[in-house]
Design a protein around this ligand. Sequence first.
Ligand code: SF4
Length: 221
Amino acid sequence: MTKYNIHEVDKILDLAQEIGVKRVVFFNFIPVGRGRENLEIDLSPEEREDFLRHVYKEMKRRKMEIISTAPQYGRVVNQLSGGEDVSPTHFVVANDPITRELTEFIGGCGAGRVYAAIEPEGTVTPCVFLPYPVGNLRTKSFWDIWMDPFMENFRDRDRLEGFCGRCPYKLICGGCRARAYNYFGDVLAPDPGCIYNSAEWRKLQEDVLKIKVKVSPLVFK
Ligand code: SF4
């Protein structure tokens, strides 16, 4: 979801309903590659919050499964359902005691916790959107890479910095670690896409703007 298509959410859902889709997954914007310098296409924390709240309500109204890979969706689902519904991974919204229990272990960002990515030449990264090479399958087993001490950064949410580290929802959300890495170069930094981290978002906007002005003074004439 970006600023380019946020206004099309209802149309996408109408189409999905019309053709009998069972589950719609809205992918979060992750600033890989040139994403950081194109910050203006990312949703603000307020826009993301409104969007997540809206799609949860639409899920109830339309009686179809609607999910987002934004880990804050876990928090929004919890808050709007009074703790009844849970969205533990990026692929399900459930309402049963077992999934509710599991959510505190597998909830929110799954990078290095419930999945990893393998690049064509064997490099393993914690997530497809997190280009941090943890090891290579040509020289190490997947198990050894999976158990690398760096991966503990994703599993121990007490390590998180900023409000993410103090947040009561960190076990079911934890913020998108790929967004933290690509925006701040630190997998433990706060996810600036969350309404609770609006101050980080504003600071990021200022930083990116300064770089743009420096690189191309004509852009902001
Ligand atoms: S502050 Fe961090 S952990 Fe808490 S809801 Fe926001 S992104 Fe998730």
